[in-house]
Write a protein of this length. Structure first.
Lengths: 355, 445, 293
């Protein structure tokens, strides 16, 4: 009843092909944009921007990147953090070594470097499939980490082996406050998420899904599966690279290669799965669940316990509850959080009748 | 570890559940100095996190219970679990930076990764970051890093102490000529950090240096040690952490390299690492800027906090006097002494981070003061200044006898004539990249 | 030449240690199609239970039996609370569930047993003995013997016992196995308990080298290239894969490391496995897939 698309007639091709064809979705999206671009900046404070929202948005972007590869094109990857690292280090070097290059351009160039590396390692997908493909992406993960530590040129011979991100200045505006950085990250993430949503509805997205569901069948109906796979690798690495650049420039400021280790790759993979593979929105839900839930539980834990109880116990109980919640969520809805959302929409559509 | 402790843990779990129902929020009183404690009690580095927090909290608790705080200002603190992750560390920082009546006094992130992430924020928040025994070495240059305090002994100084110790074992620094030293380091940014200082020393003393990298996390080091056996070095410097040190010592035994020719960094030489290696660790040397052992302050803590059925923050009382616990005590001493110094200038009231920063920059912990505090021998004499955020630069050497660390030297001072140029070279480069003008220390009050 | 042989032998023996962890993965993947991320946590948990029972006064064998009991209970719980509700769900969801399981096991382990590093001494010194001029560690030989007997026992179990055959049937085709009356859930319980046992053995051997500490979970990483090279479903593959990976990474580190820089041990096995897979996409002993549209 609340979410009903009946009587919404499309009278032009344009209307039929827009990103959000259903009125309620459109309204919802606009409302969301109004909230994140207007309400949150007015109400939020440093804690919200620096502590929660900026890392959440960046990780969601990386998750989205992985989701394009794993969720849509069916190629499993454990190398996302490595590509983030390429993006961050390449962007740093572009700013450092090319005078007068606009910072956004160097982000894009950094992300493109990540895309190139992604394709190189992705070449293995020409022969290798399924879980076996992990080997290629894990190899890239460890290789990138090694190379970033190994070659001093990449860090401008910093004695600590770290890069220090330069100031972000766009059109004379310095993005130095948490609020401005939040808006920058939000802007980039919004544009890229919409682009991803659009891409995945189009010919490329559909061929991706065909390849994911069964690549032999996809080849039979004339999809060039290797090209699709490689493009998926490129796009995915591009997204991860951009996320890495943002991580270094808009979030932590100073990073060493360890920040882009395997643990981060795994975290991104968890986010993609728990959010729901093959969904743009799921990437955001998953990132929120994996990143924010432990923090929420820590907040609850520390308010509830005070100083009276052994803090180690609180920390372990938090961890256990977190793990149990993951399992419970999967038992309830193996398709991830985004399935819950879809079920919710279905219920709203039929309400007040039960399904 | 005993059955009683398990029961106590179980009870605590139940209590946690009950507490959830009947908890009340206590209001912060006015006359309090607030310390945020971002650390961890879960994850792979748990022994470090738990015991360090134990020592630190016990020390602050002692000041509260024995002296009523610092000049009547009570100390308060709040823990925040980072699970040794960067994003959670930043979240904890943002959560706690405004705690207490005057905001956070100082942050001690312990983890280098979190320190990096907080580097830029300090300039706008005006809260000092204290990174004793970890963190960014070039922050020793206080002109360029006004809010970062790698107090005590930084990585480079520790390294020069090691070479000096090796020299003394060989019978004089001139005897180092022609000796072979292997630097076995983790293949990460932090692991490589001491290579330049070693090269400088190799040039000065004429020893032959070979750097061998061990890939993270270092659970297999057969290749590196076979290489070492082939090189037949006189000494091996072990710059590893996590699971790696135990593996290194075991593998050294396996290839027949004697443990008493290995000098380990502080993070490879805690009781936990050495116990894990078993007999293979017997005889290994460890350099500790924050030495283990019991000191007068330990007795005070036992008297005020652990007697008559009371217990302090430490779960396992046998860990008192261990490397990590004493590290925590050192954190406590340095942070609270900075507050005390700052109080002399700004008055006996709760202070802001900016004021505590002044205190950190004007520390003068000499023998007399350290003896008053009952930490003589635990904390080295520290005299910090606007330009020098290290202040000390010494360390002691210990040898593992199979069950405990036995001191084999007094404080050995690091070689500032070697470390300072490297620090300044790196910090100047940083300043240039970031467009920072170094502050003029002669004008600072 | 002696040096070459020494590196080679050391690598082969290190590979055996990787295989021990990989075996646990293979067992579970074979019978239930689950990529069990929690294997590393199980290794830690098994070793932790053992050292703590031992520290509380249980003699070696009793502690071993008790620790095995803990692993069986864990297997029962996993089957009942995780696998059964998730039967027939996508492999990715099951994989994710085992990650949740990892987090829970790590939390429970630390809650019950604390965070102290324990020393574990199996009474076999890790010292070299000379054999034809090559130094070989006694402990490594012992580990190799254990791994060898374990594989032999598993092969016999899978080929000679009714339960073993039933497990193979389940691995081949869940539905067909069920239709001829093999109880699927019971088989899962068996295989998880079995893999818990393998985790215990791996935990003891790795634990006596690293010390029983939280860091034990990282050994699971070393099993990944072994699995991929050997094939996810082959017990023999886990062993042969381990030997190849172990030898190759040590030789590469020593001989190639000097040329392109040290520390290549981490990625070299993967590149090797990748090149290998490009030639044989299903691993050394993986089953050939026939794809139909």
């Amino acid at each position: 009843m609340f979410y009903r698309e009946a009587s919404q007639y499309k009278t032009s091709y344009g209307a039929d092909q827009q990103i959000f064809p259903i009125l309620q979705d459109r309204m919802g999206f606009l409302a969301l944009m109004a909230i994140v671009f207007v309400v949150v900046p007015i109400l939020g404070n440093d804690y919200w921007f620096n502590g929660l929202l900026i890392p959440f948005l960046i990780l969601a972007l990386a998750t989205l990147g992985l989701n394009i590869l794993t969720g849509f094109a069916g190629q499993i990857s454990l190398g996302s953090a490595g590509f983030m690292g390429v993006g961050a280090f390449a962007a740093y070097n572009f700013v450092l070594r090319v005078d007068g290059l606009p910072i956004l351009a160097s982000f894009v160039l950094g992300a493109l470097c990540a895309a190139v590396i992604g394709v190189l390692f992705g070449l293995a997908c020409l022969r290798i499939k399924d879980f076996y493909l992990i080997v290629a992406t894990l190899g890239s993960q460890f290789f990138i980490e090694w190379a970033l530590t190994k070659f001093g040129w990449l860090t401008n011979y910093s004695s600590s082996g770290v890069i220090t991100a330069q100031k972000i200045v766009i059109l004379g505006v310095t993005f130095d406050t948490p609020l401005r950085r939040y808006l920058l990250v939000l802007g980039v993430v919004t544009v890229m998420a919409l682009a991803a949503k659009n891409m995945m509805r189009g010919a490329f997205g559909r061929s991706c899904m065909a390849v994911r569901d069964m690549d032999v069948a996809a080849a039979v109906i004339g999809i060039r599966i290797f090209r699709v796979k490689l493009v998926a690798f490129a796009v995915s690495s591009f997204y991860c690279g951009m996320a890495g650049a943002l991580w270094a420039f808009a979030y932590v400021g100073t990073v060493d290669p360890e920040a882009f280790g395997l643990e981060r790759s795994l975290q991104i993979l968890f986010m993609a799965i728990i959010g729901g593979l093959g969904s743009v929105m799921g990437s955001f839900l998953g990132a929120a669940f994996i990143m924010l839930l432990p923090i929420v539980m820590n907040l609850i834990g520390s308010t509830v316990s005070g100083q009276a109880i052994d803090t180690s116990v609180v920390a372990h109980v938090e961890q256990i509850v977190y793990g149990v919640l993951i399992i419970w969520l999967l038992v309830v809805e193996p398709g991830g959080l985004v399935r819950l959302w879809q079920v919710g929409k279905e219920k709203l559509r039929l309400w007040p009748f039960p399904r | 570890m005993n059955v009683g402790r398990v029961t106590r843990r179980m009870l605590a779990v139940v209590a946690l559940g009950v507490g959830a129902v009947g908890s009340t929020v206590t209001l912060a009183a006015e006359n309090e100095q607030f310390f945020p404690m971002i650390g961890w009690r879960t994850g792979p580095l748990t022994p470090l996190g738990v015991n360090l927090a134990g020592g630190w909290i016990d020390y602050m608790d002692l000041l509260n219970k024995r002296d009523g705080g610092i000049n009547g200002v009570k100390l308060t603190w709040e823990e925040c679990e980072t699970a040794y992750k960067v994003d959670r560390g930043v979240e904890c920082y943002e959560r706690l930076k405004k705690g207490g009546p005057t905001g956070a006094s100082a942050f001690n992130p312990i983890s280098t990764q979190v320190t990096y992430a907080l580097l830029d924020r300090t300039n706008t928040d005006h809260i000092p970051i204290v990174t004793i025994g970890s963190g960014r070495t070039d922050a020793t240059d206080g002109r360029i890093f006004p809010y970062i305090f790698p107090l005590g002994t930084n990585y480079l100084s520790t390294n020069t102490v090691k070479i000096k110790f090796i020299g003394s074992k060989e019978g004089g620094m001139d005897k180092l000529k022609g000796k072979k030293i292997v630097n076995l380091h983790m293949d990460s940014a932090a692991g490589k950090e001491t290579i330049p200082i070693l090269e400088a020393q190799a040039k000065k003393y004429g020893f032959e240096l070979t750097n061998i990298a061990v890939p993270m996390p270092g659970s297999e080091q057969q290749a590196a040690w076979l290489e070492i056996r082939r090189l037949k070095p006189d000494w091996v410097i072990l710059r590893e952490w996590g699971v790696a040190p135990a593996v290194a010592l075991k593998t050294a035994e396996k290839v027949g390299f004697p443990a008493n020719r290995i000098v380990a960094v502080p993070f490879a030489g805690s009781e936990d690492d050495l116990t894990a290696a078993g007999d293979a660790a017997k005889g290994v040397y460890v350099v500790h800027p924050m030495p283990p052992g019991e000191f007068p302050v330990t007795q005070e803590i036992k008297k005020y906090l652990y007697s008559g059925g009371k217990r302090g923050n430490l779960d396992d009382v046998t860990r008192m006097g261990t490397v990590f616990y004493n590290m925590g005590l050192t954190y406590g001493v340095i942070n609270t002494e900075a507050v005390r110094v700052a109080q002399q200038k700004f008055g006996k009231k709760p202070l802001t981070g900016e004021q505590v920063k002044w205190g950190l920059e004007h520390l003068n912990l000499d023998e007399k003061r350290l003896k008053e505090l009952g930490v003589w021998g635990l904390v080295q004499p520290i005299k910090s200044s606007c330009a020098d955020h290290e202040g000390g630069g010494s360390a002691k050497v210990f040898q593992w006898d199979g069950t405990k660390l036995v001191p084999v030297s007094d404080w050995i001072a690091g070689d500032k004539s070697l470390t300072r140029p490297l620090v300044e070279e790196s910090s100047t480069k940083y300043a240039k990249e970031k467009g920072i003008t170094p502050r003029d220390c002669s004008k600072e009050g | 030449m002696t040096f070459f042989i020494e590196v080679l032998v050391a690598g082969l023996l290190a590979g055996v240690m990787y295989s021990l962890v990989a075996l646990g993965f293979v067992l579970i993947y074979k019978a239930s199609g689950v990529f069990n991320f929690a294997q590393g946590a199980m290794v830690l948990f098994a070793a932790l239970s053992f050292v703590n029972f031992h520290a509380w006064g249980a003699p070696f064998w009793l502690a071993l039996v008790l620790a095995m009991g803990v692993m069986v209970v864990l297997a029962l719980l996993v089957e009942r609370l995780v696998l059964r509700p998730l039967a027939n769900q996508p492999a990715m969801s099951l994989f994710m569930a085992t990650i949740g399981l990892t987090i829970v096991i790590e939390g429970v382990g630390q809650l019950i047993f604390g965070s102290k590093t324990h020393r574990l001494d199996l009474g076999i010194k890790d010292v070299p003995i000379e054999m034809l001029g090559v130094g070989i560690s006694k402990f490594d030989l012992f580990a190799a013997a254990v791994a060898g007997s374990l594989v032999l026992a598993l092969v016999l179990f899978f080929n000679r016992t009714a339960t073993g055959r039933a497990l193979r049937a389940v691995a081949d085709d869940h539905q067909a196995a069920m239709s001829i009356g093999i109880p699927l859930t019971r088989m899962w319980r068996y295989v998880w308990a079995l893999s818990g046992g393998v985790a215990l053995i791996a935990g003891l051997l790795w634990g006596s080298r690293l010390g029983v500490q939280f860091g034990l979970v990282v050994v699971a990483l070393k099993a990944l290239p072994v699995l991929i090279l050997g094939g996810f479903t082959s017990i023999a593959g886990a062993i042969v894969g381990g030997l190849i990976i172990g030898a190759a990474e040590k030789l590469a580190e020593v001989y190639l490391g000097g040329v392109i820089g040290g520390g290549i041990e981490n990625w070299f096995p993967y590149v090797l496995a990748m090149l290998f897979l490009i030639a044989r996409p299903n691993g050394l002993f993986g089953e050939r897939r026939i794809e139909r549209v």
